[in-house]
Design a protein around this ligand. Sequence first.
Ligand code: RP5
Length: 166
Amino acid sequence: MASSKTAPLVGIVLGSKSDAEVMNAAKEMLDELGVPSEMRVISAHRSPERTLEYASTAESRGLEVLIAGAGVAAALPGVVAAKSLLPVIGVPVPGGHLAGIDALLAICQMPKGVPVATMAIGTAGAANAGLFAAQILAATRPELREKLRAWREKRKAEALAGEELS
Ligand code: RP5
């Protein structure tokens, strides 16, 4: 299980503290699966030097997957992907006049050569980012693969139990 002493495998970065309410869903999912993670606020626009430093040192610090959540003109996932060879999962955070459509397009429309795996807008996307990060890590960790299998089985049982409404 994850503990504060365990070295993080997943780095979750947010463009602003205001993204935390949505992005906590990624952290909670990783915690549930026992995957150690860290969460940091770094902004592609407001603190670009810090963002580049975080991304370029992530791999040497032992991180294996990065999750980046941002809203509006969401440059953070793409900038992080530009500075690291780790897989980057982007989460469009809703907010502003376009309710996350702006962030969705900014994150998924990466040019050829710098991929970002883009999730759905909002908390569902953040939770899926946690699951997707775990699935990447599970490729070489059979025990995590079994946890994911059990997680899916539980959701299936819940869906079957709720089948009959009347
Ligand atoms: C983006 O601007 C952040 O990711 C956030 O979603 C949005 C608004 O930031 P705040 O003005 O709330 O700090 O860079």
